[in-house]
Design a protein around this ligand. Sequence first.
Ligand code: ADP
Ligand code: MG
Length: 709
Amino acid sequence: MNFHSNVQEAPYIGPQYQKKLNKLGIKTIGDLLFHLPSRYEDFSKISFIRDLKLNEVCCIKGRIIKIENIYTRKKRFSLTEAVVSDQTGTIALLWYNQSYLKTIIKEGEYFCFAGRFILTDRGSYLVNPAYEKIRGMEIKSFDKKLMHTGRIVPIYPETRGISSRWLRFVIKIILERLERIDDPIPQEVLKKYKLLSLEKSLWEVHFPLSFGNQKKAKERFSFQELFLLGLFVLSQRIKRIRAKSYPLEIKLKTIQGLIKSLPFKLTNAQKKSLWQILKDMEKPRPMFRLLQGDVGSGKTIVGAIASLNVVKSGGQVAFMAPTEILAKQHFETVHNFLKNSDLDIGLITSKNDKFFSKKLKNQVVEISKRKIVEKTKDGKIDILIGTHSLIQEKVKFKNLLLIVVDEQHRFGVEQRASLYKRNRADKNPLPHFLSMTATPIPRTLALTVYGDLDISILDEMPKGQRMVNTIVVSANKRNDAYEIVRDEIKKGRQAFIICPRIEKKEDDFGQEVNDFKAVKEEHLKLSKKIFKEFNIGMLHGKMGSKEKERTMKDFGQKKIDILVSTSVVEVGIDMPNATVMLVEGAERFGLAQLHQFRGRIGRAGDESYFLLLPQTRSKSAYRRLTAIAKTNDGLKLAEEDLKIRGPGDFVGKRQWGIPNLLMSSLLDIALIEKTREAAKEILEKGYNLTNYPLLKKELARFKEIAHLE
Ligand code: ADP
Ligand code: MG
């Protein structure tokens, strides 16, 4: 039996338990040992019965004087009562509905008991205590034989059919019987960073001799996971640097010509980022860069110019957007920017069957999807803009040299890999990759999960700081908020009203649940009652794409004054005339997400209003929302989000199955820096980890559980 053996090879684990463990994702002995306690009970002090105090958690040892089951008049309800004594006194024990205990705990035998000593309506008892048989009264705290009492006792995450008691029992046997526990972390790393060995850590995390030791064990496990993540990310980076791509000359003349033709001057941040991108693509290895910039910082034009450079070198570009609306908008924008550049630009989305290709100096042609696919395959479309359909449909490129992905956190690692395979000749080198996002990446994540990317930042707003007033509206001021909306519309402006849901939820009896506001109901209420005089439109994910498109078009042409919508307007949508946004159930959204919403208004530089209406009266929700009113710094809000909500929002979107422990250590910048350094040191000794076979194996396992590849 070793770490990699099937759990069934462990003593006491038959097919039944194996099944249950498999359900928890536990397949090997190693998996089981890494099923860590979620908390501990401190039963380490064995007291004399005489010294017990009411309401305290305590542990005693003694001889069973009496045990009996008592059947009450209530059906299916039984009591088991016992009396125990030590040299200082006697005490009564009471269990509810565990009459089987009478066959386990027998008169005259010695036991340890641990639990809370309380006053019930039958008198004072140690209630539902944990029990453990002992040989006699000699036993002391932390005796090797004790698992459930007389020590710091591990409590495992609750699951049906697998009790903490059972887990303690099998884990202890396994730890005792494993001959050798080899440590995947190299000796030199253990030493340098003063880490406990794997064997010691496993003992201390399951059966700690002190909370200090337990903490050190936990630290070692956190270190291990971050270290593995560091190894993965850094070796990805090395791999990429060694991979081949297409070195693309910088077509300076063409680019300058284009920049001159723009109706605005690029900001310095845009110029700098563009230069970094062009320089990256000049190298014979694939670019892998993230362009991060707050909403409105002008990422699209940077992506468009990079695309132009690629096309002028004879390559094709895939330009991906997270939603249909956005794909459409990008199509218009990119076409507009590049209209004098003689390019063919295509649009492909999943639901439509008609697509446009803009060709030669501003001509719009409507052609079938089949045609688009065909043209792309023949290399006749230079830039293909689309949604997920870019990967889902049978799209193949003749010579795909650049992939641009807008709001990449909506795309997973696997999808990226799938895009890589779009070239017709599969053995082609990798295309360059540019990902654009408005979500700032907290430093802890930039060093870990995003550590394989290079990052360019647009930290300058082209139109200067926008003047958005952020107001948290209390429940009794709802009408004032509506008045602000009304005033803005009367000035010729437009408004968004955001709701967390599409429709109201119903409970099992068909009754509406008093829950977060829904687009459909609000749309009805606002158009029938509150804003009768205005045109009100609605937008949500369940609408057909034609309908959505029409709605956006109407809003763009000011045929709609107020757009009631779900969070679909979160990313990218550019409606410069909108100056007010009212968010219902605002506490439902993350801070970074709200910041994205805020980026949707006042885009023409007018003073505007971002109104947050919490649904609940919770103080913490209110406090969280005022944080967003106080700052316009997206990074600060993202870091705040990370602290409040954990890395799920950031990491989940990359579709990684990050283990729980790692999730929490992703907040620990000091540990992150340490593990990154350790990973670097090891990789410097050979990036194939040939000298560290155990570590190599562990890294492979880690990649698999975290679906890193
Ligand atoms: P985001 O970074 O949010 O994707 P966009 O690329 O949509 O921003 O740009 C927002 C708006 O700003 C667009 O209308 C775009 O044409 C405009 N824009 C981009 N760069 C500049 C600039 N340097 N000066 C003025 N306006 C710009
Ligand atoms: Mg954008």
